[in-house]
Design a protein around this ligand. Structure first.
Ligand code: HEC
Length: 256
């Protein structure tokens, strides 16, 4: 029987099983093909990060940085304390003394004529040093600076006849602070020993003389002077009061 089968070529059964096998092969390949499509072949090395992700990450870092700069409260440990005062560390704005301010103003505005030494130029620009116009009544000095000066004037025994420019609103328009500074400066520099001129005093004199449009003459300067204003313990007290107020929050903080 077995001989028969061999000689008579492929057995019908055999053929069927071959076809079946072929068919299985095909379907197997189909399945593999599907798998191949779905899964990538494993390979060595790292797959590169998509460039979009890189940009996204960079943008995120940037935003994070900006956020920290704005909302970190400088990484202060006490930032969440109910008594946190972000300005506590800042130094109080320094108010430069009028004398120091005046020194600068004098160098910029007056030294051209009256010289840095305050000695003036003989016959042309009168001296500041030891001049009674400078050191006596503050109102006289304020008048000269606000409105200027014209015509003959005797200073320390010498007569001058020139033009002193106005530094008030009608002239070079210095601020009240600068005027108070420069007047304080010339009253106290080079051995001069006169009282301070405060901003409040200058403001008062401005109110009286700012509208005057002509420069003063020496005789006019001595007319109609008001009383010499009291030098100011008042202002100092006020400043101390402010300082005490500024201290208060700290005391409060310490108490808690
Ligand atoms: C352009 C030159 C010039 C400038 C700038 C000038 N002065 Fe004078 N100053 C004069 C002259 C000139 C006189 C004399 C005026 C006269 O003869 O009537 C004078 C007179 C004075 C006097 C009265 C006389 C004395 O010597 O005491 C004072 C005070 C004075 N100047 C202060 C100042 C101050 C402060 C400044 C700066 C803010 C200043 N001057 C800027 C030219 C100038």
């Amino acid at each position: 029987m077995s001989e028969d089968t061999k000689s008579s070529g492929p057995h019908p059964n055999n053929k069927e099983s071959l076809e079946q096998a072929a068919m299985q092969d095909n379907s197997m390949q189909d399945v593999h093909a599907q798998l191949m499509r779905e899964k990538e072949e494993p390979h060595e090395g790292f797959s590169p990060v998509p460039i979009v992700l890189m940009f996204l990450f960079a943008a995120l870092c940037f935003w994070g940085g900006v956020y920290l700069v704005h909302y970190s409260a400088k990484f202060r440990w006490d930032a969440y304390s109910p008594y946190f005062d972000p300005n506590a560390d800042k130094p109080a704005p320094v108010e430069i003394p009028l004398f120091v301010r005046g020194q600068k103003v004098f160098a910029q505005q007056c030294a051209v004529c009256h010289q840095a030494s305050g000695a003036g130029v003989p016959g042309v620009y009168p001296p500041m040093v030891g001049s009674s116009w400078v050191t006596e009544h503050p109102e006289v000095l304020a008048r000269i600076l606000i409105n200027g000066l014209n015509g003959p004037i005797e200073v320390k025994g010498n007569t001058y006849n020139g033009n002193m420019p106005a530094f008030g609103p009608g002239g070079l328009n210095l601020s009240d602070k600068d005027l108070a500074g420069v007047m304080t400066y010339i009253r106290q520099e080079w051995g001069n020993e006169a009282s301070d001129m405060t901003v409040a005093m200058v403001t008062d004199y401005q109110a009286a003389y700012a509208s005057r449009s002509t420069p003063w003459t020496a005789p006019e300067l001595k007319e109609g002077l008001g009383p010499v204003p009291e030098p100011e313990p008042v202002v100092e007290e006020a400043a101390e009061g402010e300082a005490a107020e500024a201290e208060e929050p700290h005391a409060e903080e310490a108490a808690h």
